[in-house]
Design a protein around this ligand. Sequence first.
Ligand SMILES: [Zn+2]
Length: 81
Amino acid sequence: MKRLPLKKVSAISWGMAVLGLALILLAALLKMTWLVAVAFIVLVGTNLFLFAYNRCPRCRKFLGHSGNADRCPYCGHRLSE
Ligand SMILES: [Zn+2]
């Protein structure tokens, strides 16, 4: 699997999460129930994306959903350059 820099992973997942929440708001405003399903898929996709890419570059362990830790909790590898 292609590796992405953690900064990019964080930026993309934030963008996806904001998009998902915006879609939920839009769905509520416009009373479009199918849009809730789209928003749900986007949010699930965000989690899958994080699970696939938010990993330590050294030990490849999953870093969780926060993505702003300074060091890997498993091997202590420095995550921010
Ligand atoms: Zn690690």
